[in-house]
Design a protein around this ligand. Structure first.
Ligand SMILES: Cc1cc2nc3c(=O)[nH]c(=O)nc-3n(C[C@H](O)[C@H](O)[C@H](O)COP(=O)(O)OP(=O)(O)OC[C@H]3O[C@@H](n4cnc5c(N)ncnc54)[C@H](O)[C@@H]3O)c2cc1C
Length: 543
């Protein structure tokens, strides 16, 4: 019997398992898929020698996360690689805004759009340097972040607190207007903010852009050498070196609850796996409460909250094997690991409005990754491995584009037609791109969920990142911590605070909660045992 069973070997599950193993626990991770990693896996999806990241690809949050850093994965084979430009955002008029690892180059890029924006960029970074890392530490700590929160308050200073509270609510469009004059900064800010499921007008969206840009400036947007699966491989190696086990192809069908406490799990094929101390679920919150737990153990309040649980947008991803680097017209764009494609802030507003209205975007906003500038091990010599993804509505009501797509992602012809539309966004900025494609692999929202049950309907972040489902509201109001109403059961996935992204914080917070619960249990058993012993002694003496 293990001390803990972890359901799911995504990055959060594996970080949790590592921390429990560090504390001397015997840990068994059960993973439904044939390979560990969840949304952090790579494979040769197209042609031999072309290594594709099946889901996530670049990890600024990972290198910034104190939880992942503390695991020292470099000692377990992980090597980070960085491109000279983290992001480029080219447009049809030939202009390109860039986020370079060299702050002066970023500033010069923005200055070219509007005099004064270079200096504004340096001011942006001064603010980030003072507040950004304390903010990220507070965000990734369990809620409420007492110590990390105090450090953030100290970094902000008294009057800074109110300003920061206001900034935290700003839509990215307004923030760009307040701090910059040119379209370049607006493009960079909005493109980064829209890694979360927000619109440029969504309150709080400026914060997403600020974090990703600040991290990109200071740490780059690193990728694991050899593929995202190498990050997972390092997590698994570290765990196994501490006696932990990962069993793949083992889908958990039920959490076993006895006496109000989680005591193990039952796999879908009927095997029982006991847990002496705790069960940690790296599954979506709705799956945990609605599918894995017997109904009688889920309080009505939780069920009520889950009825309002909101997934983030669905996703379509295309992986390409190319016969050479993408022929971008803009030379800067060739040096970037990641490329954002949307004409400008207004286009992002229009397409997010389409998503909100249930319409498939006409000019989908693409996030594109390419490896020639960052990790040439991903493709045979001279070739290039690249990907692009975009969002579509969870519930499609129509097509804002000309193809009359119905959003029936079971229909491969529809999926391929939408992939053509995505490629058509790239071609004008890189004439000859389509001709350079040797093979492509298209992943629809259904495919995403088929390869990882947490990616419901093709959502990527375990639930919306908008403010109404963050902090104390994540996954539902009142469940803002990893503890669940069932003793010994902890939610460890991106459905928990602080949400999506490969930072391992949800797993680390769940592991620490499990360890704290065990400590408290031992103390209460000792106190109760002491009371019994004292009673027995008194009884004996009295005789
Ligand atoms: C297309 C895409 C692109 C992304 N890009 C980035 C990026 O570039 N950078 C970034 O930081 N983040 C990115 N993300 C988000 C990031 O990958 C996720 O937020 C992160 O992987 C969440 O980790 P997790 O451990 O909570 O869940 P997951 O990674 O989803 O792992 C959950 C695991 O649990 C398993 N599981 C579920 N149910 C069961 C069950 N009943 N029994 C056994 N096993 C089960 C699943 O099979 C899966 O392996 C991306 C996500 C997607 C989908």
């Amino acid at each position: 019997m293990s001390d803990a069973v972890v359901i799911g070997a995504g990055p959060n599950g594996l970080v949790a398992a590592n921390l429990l193993a560090d504390a001397g626990w015997e840990v068994h991770v059960l993973e439904a898929e044939p390979d560990p990693g969840g949304a952090v896996r790579s494979a040769e999806l197209t042609l031999p020698g072309y290594v594709h990241d099946r889901f996530s690809a670049f990890y600024p949050l990972g290198v910034a996360s104190p939880h992942l850093r503390a695991l020292r994965l470099d000692q377990h084979g992980l090597r980070w690689r960085r491109s000279p430009l983290a992001v480029a955002h080219p447009a049809g008029d030939g202009s390109t805004a860039v986020l370079s690892l060299d702050e002066a180059e970023t500033a010069a890029s923005l200055e070219a759009f509007a005099p004064g924006d270079g200096a504004a960029w340096h001011r942006f970074m001064e603010h980030f340097d003072r507040v950004g890392f304390p903010f990220i530490r507070a965000l990734l700590a369990p809620f409420p972040p007492v110590r990390a929160g105090a450090a953030l308050v100290r970094a902000l200073g008294g009057p800074g607190l109110l300003d920061f509270a206001r900034f935290g609510m700003l839509p990215v469009r307004r923030f760009a207007e307040e701090e910059f004059k040119g379209a370049g900064a607006a493009r960079l800010l909005a493109g980064n903010a829209l890694h979360a499921d927000v619109a440029p007008e969504t309150p709080g969206s400026a914060l997403f852009g600020w974090v990703l840009l600040g991290l990109g400036q200071r740490l780059g947007w690193p990728v694991p050498e050899g593929g995202s699966g190498e990050l997972t491989a390092a997590l698994v190696r570290r765990l196994e070196a501490r006696g932990g086990r990962v069993t793949c192809g083992a889908r958990v069908g039920r959490v076993i609850v006895r006496g109000g406490r989680a005591v193990g799990v039952c796999t879908a094929d009927g095997r029982e796996v006991d847990a002496r101390r705790a069960v940690l679920a790296d599954t979506g919150a709705p799956q945990l409460y609605l599918d894995l737990l017997p109904r009688e153990h889920v309080p009505d309040r939780v069920l009520g909250g889950l009825r309002r649980f909101q997934y983030d947008n669905a996703t379509v991803k295309v992986d390409w094997a190319l016969d050479g680097p993408i022929p971008w017209t803009s030379p800067e764009t060739r040096r970037a690991g990641t490329v954002h494609i949307a004409e400008d802030m207004d286009r992002l507003t229009l397409e997010t409005a389409n998503l909100a209205a249930g319409l498939i975007p006409e000019h989908p906003f693409l996030i594109v990754g390419q490896y020639a500038p960052v990790d040439p091990t991903r493709a045979p010599a001279g070739g290039e491995t690249a990907w692009g993804y975009t969002h579509v509505p969870q519930e499609v009501r129509g097509d804002a584009g000309p193809d009359g797509l119905r959003g029936d992602w079971a229909d491969r012809a529809e999926v391929e037609r939408f992939a053509d539309r995505m490629e058509a966004q790239i071609e004008p900025l890189a004439p000859g791109f389509r001709a350079s494609i040797k093979a492509r692999h298209v992943t629809s929202p259904r495919d995403l969920e088929a390869h990882n049950a947490n990616l419901v309907g093709g959502s990527v972040n375990g639930g919306t990142a908008q403010i109404h489902q963050q902090l104390v509201f994540r996954p539902t109001p009142g469940l803002g911590r990893p503890e669940t109403p069932i003793r010994g059961l902890f939610l460890a996935s991106a459905s928990a605070h602080p949400g999506g992204g490969v930072h391992g914080a949800c797993g680390a917070n769940a592991a620490r909660a499990a360890l704290a619960w065990q400590r408290a249990r031992r103390v209460s058993v000792a106190v109760a045992g002491g009371a019994v012993a004292r009673g027995a002694y008194r009884g004996w003496v009295g005789r």
